[in-house]
Design a protein around this ligand. Sequence first.
Ligand code: IMP
Length: 208
Amino acid sequence: MPRKFDADRLVIASHNRGKVREIADLLAPFGIALTSAADLGLGEPEENGATFRDNARIKAVAAAEFTRLPALADDSGLAVAALDGAPGVRSARWAGPERDFGAAMDRVEQALSGRTDRSASFICALALCWPGAADGTNAKVHCEIFEGRVDGHLVWPPRGGHGFGYDPMFVPGGHDVTFGEMEPAQKHAISHRADALRQLVDACFGKE
Ligand code: IMP
């Protein structure tokens, strides 16, 4: 049984303002007081996991242990089929220390040159971690982890000024506009983050 969330405060363990804004929008109906890791001055742990799930867990555990509050972390990225899933867990790093996503999108486009398969997915792992064990053992944290995705394809040149990261080059399946061209509410209805959050809400915010 997944652990139920019954606190009234939650730390969003992210320094990425785009993600914090999207998670806050998606959680707005639950009336929980949200604080971001950046607001609390928390450092960023090294994301050395091999998977989105591992990295989400690393971030949420660090924030839950430090604040002694439940913490929610997102690890997400773009997985391009013809690039064997790259940039994947390295999506943020492809933008370099300057977080230059224009350059990161260029790099994806360069890597794809000459390929006909332009299919790609956004993947999002969400880890909700509590300080202390749920089962009376002396474990330091308890985590529930969920993974969501949205499949689509990449276009060039990038289009639209909404969203963040690789949004301007990603067209979700069944649509002909990029995430960058969509209003936030339209993206939220179908995004990888919304998919993961729906699973988390069903499991951890639903009735027993
Ligand atoms: P991390 O999860 O903080 O390691 O960074 C994930 C990176 O993946 C972000 O910096 C973005 O570049 C990219 N990414 C994740 N979710 C989205 C999204 O919804 N739109 C566009 N880019 C995203």
